[in-house]
Ligand binder design. Structure first.
Ligand SMILES: Cc1ncc(COP(=O)(O)O)c(C=O)c1O
Length: 407
């Protein structure tokens, strides 16, 4: 069949779902690259990668991967992951109060794939999932791919970024399948107290929803590791997801896992996750060999990492709150702060963040990239750079903000 010459040259159309999400954390880099091309220096405070800022992957983990490569572990592995890795993950979760057996663990390409497999197993087209806002944008992206819908429940900056439980409850419909809980949280740095965690579990149980627990920052709360939410209710319908990316400083390895709670009500979900996992063969096998070294080996780097992050969190909050027009809740975990600038009418968080980039070379991410309203004036800072550099950048933010607000 021939087509008219013009049609033959038309670009191929892409699926609508691609237009249904944005990944601002990476999209915004295009603006920064353009600035760099014009000869300006850009400081990247946009992506949460500790390795990019000099924090080092523990050597025993690297040695374990090297050994695996040399020992010939270069073929496909079991789709659920190698048994020793699953034993370590199950052992760790069990020690920390969420008893799971290795056969309820699936090793994945990071928390990201764990989330994708879990949501893929749970949600049909048209299904709804309760997702926090400000959100981590992967959830919107995965749900767009599933032709499903994210319903955003509010995290409230005025309440230390705690979830607004009444708002969450009001969003539940017969189509709701799951509640996503990110604790400790990106982008807010909040850690939820037991009462809030219990209330979230109770909502899930009452409304027969699966609680999808994104626990990738569990080891990087400044007061010490946070136990999995499932430790409060081991029989509740909970799926816990985490990885080597943050607490074990190996984000580029794309190695993570999910663990399905022991409730028999979750057995079909586990089987569905395993079936989806079969179809993608396995996650990277040599990297799986580092999971035992990471979890059961020397974890002294974690205390040092937490202390380094705490120092930066305190500095960030102090410097932000000293700027006229900016307020910032002090993070309790991870490496993110979500300050709010009191925008003049008609201006957006994108105006502020792009203005900051062009004036100072400092790249943050606008809150609307995490689905907050553009007029609310939130922006996210990744504070992994050395404190002296952060201090200097915060000086630049202060000068710019004064000009932006009083121009
Ligand atoms: C809340 C949250 N979930 C998941 C991820 C993805 O983690 P992973 O590298 O394990 O896929 C991130 C990464 O920044 C995150 O902040």
């Amino acid at each position: 069949m021939t087509s008219p010459a013009g049609a033959a040259r038309a670009p191929f159309p892409v699926a609508d779902r691609v237009g249904r999400f944005n990944y601002a954390i990476r999209n915004i880099v295009a603006e920064a690259r353009a600035l760099e091309a014009s000869g300006r220096r850009v400081r990247y405070l946009n992506i949460g990668d500790p390795v990019a800022f000099g924090f080092q992957t523990p050597p025993p983990m690297i040695a374990a991967v090297e050994r695996a490569l040399r020992d010939g572990h270069n073929g496909y592995g079991p789709s659920v992951g190698i048994l020793p890795a699953r034993q370590s993950i199950a052992g760790e979760l069990t020690r920390r109060g969420f008893p799971v057996s290795p056969d309820r663990v699936v090793v994945t390409a990071g928390t990201s794939e764990a989330i994708e497999l879990a949501l893929g197993a749970l949600v049909d087209p048209g299904g709804e999932v309760l997702v926090p806002v400000p959100t981590y944008p992967l959830y919107t992206a995965v749900l767009a791919r599933l032709d499903a819908e994210a319903r955003f429940y509010r995290l409230d900056a005025a309440q230390g970024w705690m979830p607004d439980l009444d708002h969450l409850r009001s969003l539940i419909t017969p189509r709701t399948r799951a509640i996503v809980v990110i604790d400790p949280n990106n982008p807010t740095g909040a850690v939820y107290p037991p009462a809030v965690r219990r209330a979230l579990i109770e909502l899930a149980e009452t409304h027969r929803l699966v609680l999808l627990a994104d626990e990738v920052y569990g080891d990087v709360a400044y007061a010490g590791p946070v136990d999995p939410i499932g430790s409060l209710a081991p029989d509740a319908p909970i799926i816990s997801c985490s990885s080597l990316s943050k607490g074990y400083l190996a984000p580029g390895w794309r190695t993570g896992w999910l663990a399905v709670g022991r409730s028999p009500l979750l057995d079909p979900v586990l089987a569905a996750v395993q079936k989806l996992a079969d179809a993608r063969l396995c996650s990277s096998v040599p990297m799986q060999h580092a999971i035992v070294a990471a979890i059961d080996g020397d974890r002294s780097h974690q205390a040092a990492f937490r202390a380094a992050l705490h120092e930066r969190a305190v500095l960030t909050t102090r410097r932000m709150n000293a700027i006229d027009g900016i307020s910032c809740v002090e993070p309790q975990a991870a490496f993110y702060a979500m300050p709010k600038v009191a925008l003049p009418p008609g201006r957006t968080d994108v105006d502020y963040v792009l203005g900051l980039l062009r004036a100072t070379g400092v790249l943050c991410v606008y809150g609307s990239g995490f689905n907050t309203a553009a007029g609310d004036g939130f922006f996210r800072i990744v504070f992994l750079a050395p404190p002296a550099e952060l201090d200097e950048m915060y000086g630049a933010i202060a000068t710019f903000t004064d000009r932006f607000l009083h121009a």
